[in-house]
Design a protein around this ligand. Structure first.
Ligand SMILES: Cc1ncc(COP(=O)(O)O)c(C=O)c1O
Length: 366
């Protein structure tokens, strides 16, 4: 019996059952190469965030193009990528709870893992679990440079935590992480100003630790939206942009100039009145946390609302000729939350299917 992939390879995308998630392989390659080229001559290295794409093939391509490893947000992502052969993973998050910590230590015996901490108690638990297995664990202290999420306040509080952590013999302090990437500010001058302020707080903290005799090998920051500001900031050693590789309309709106590599293919299922069409892609096919998506292959169509399994479109001009059965292609506003709605990417080149690729670590992951 033929596999799903064998059945689909070679078909034109217009023949696919919908809704489905298309991945333009050439656009992915262009995006990977563009980001890699930016960092090729810089001191700052690239460690792309893989929670955005959840695809080992992309992670491998990013590493082949020069990335020093990948970043993950969750333990299950890290596990899935390690199982797929990626051996250098930063978990840009705190891992809390004995079961998860045990799993983290197991994984760190199989790959080069660095994990973030922002509390002494959690670091103690990590150290004890590492000791049980006769291992050491690499950590970064997460610094809150203004996102108001996890992390220790910059400066003295980081020094205080590090001085206590140094008493733990199974913890290997590697450096600092401060994520300032969520700077979605329209005015470029303002964005640059705030981004530099936040990075300065991180780099000054590094300098404070160095003055006290600590070695700070890694200072990690940055997202897609700030890659060309943070990547040039003296003292930042690596950055962790994610969504540039698949792209979405949210990043596009804030000026990120990469190719749209993911789209959702949908079919018109009903034409109840002249200016309304309904598709088979609703909230279970496209996320809306960053707003309603955009139809890219026909003019005169606005996505008016998404219900669970229905997309309601408003039509104008020539788009009123749209018929049931017509296929439309949609650019999501947020790729990272749309991708895990699917089991598979349908990889496309020149409008034809070239591969079917499993999306790993989907759903509510640990
Ligand atoms: C800690 C951290 N680093 C990097 C990223 C990547 O962000 P982006 O997809 O905007 O590049 C995120 C995204 O949420 C994040 O939380």
């Amino acid at each position: 019996m033929k596999t799903v992939a064998e059945n689909l390879i070679g078909r034109h995308k217009s023949e696919l059952m919908t809704p489905c998630l298309l991945l333009d392989i050439e656009a992915v390659d262009k995006n990977i190469n563009k980001m890699a080229a930016f960092f090729s001559s810089l001191e700052c290295k690239l460690r792309p965030h893989a929670k955005s794409h959840k695809l080992p093939l992309i992670a491998q391509k990013q590493i082949e193009a020069g990335a020093i490893g990948i970043t993950c947000a969750k333990l299950q992502d890290a596990e899935a990528f390690i199982n797929a052969g990626i051996d250098n993973v930063l978990i840009a998050n705190e891992i809390v709870g004995s079961e998860k910590i045990r799993k983290l230590i197991d994984l760190s015996g199989r790959a080069n893992i660095i994990v973030c901490v922002d509390s002494f108690d959690n670091t103690c638990e990590l150290s004890l679990a590492a000791e049980e297995k006769g291992q050491k664990l690499d950590i970064l202290i997460e610094v809150d440079t203004g996102l108001n999420r996890c992390g220790v306040a910059p400066g003295k509080p980081v020094l205080n935590l590090l001085q206590k952590i140094m008493e733990l013999n199974r913890i290997n302090f590697r450096g600092l992480m401060g994520y300032e990437g969520g700077l979605f500010i329209m005015a470029e001058d303002e964005k640059i100003k705030v981004c530099r302020q936040r990075n300065r707080a991180l780099v000054k903290t590094k300098e404070l630790l160095q003055d006290k005799g600590f070695t700070v090998e890694i200072v990690s920051a940055g997202g897609a939206n700030t890659y060309n500001i943070t990547g040039l900031c003296p003292g930042i050693t690596e950055i962790q942009p994610g969504s540039y590789v698949t792209m979405d309309d949210w990043n596009k709106k804030y000026g990120l100039d990469f190719e749209q590599a993911i789209t959702i293919l949908t079919t018109v299922i009903s034409r109840p009145v002249e200016d309304r069409a309904v598709t088979d892609a609703g909230l279970k096919a496209i996320s809306t946390d960053h707003g309603l998506p955009r139809i890219i292959n026909r003019k005169g169509i606005t996505v008016q609302a998404l219900n669970e399994e229905h997309g309601k479109l408003t039509l104008s001009g020539q788009a009123c000729e749209l018929a049931a059965g017509d296929k439309l292609e949609i650019a999501p506003t947020h790729g990272c939350t749309t991708i895990p709605l699917y089991d598979k990417y349908i990889a496309i080149k020149d409008s034809h299917v070239v591969d079917v690729l499993d999306i790993i670590s989907r759903g509510a992951v640990y």
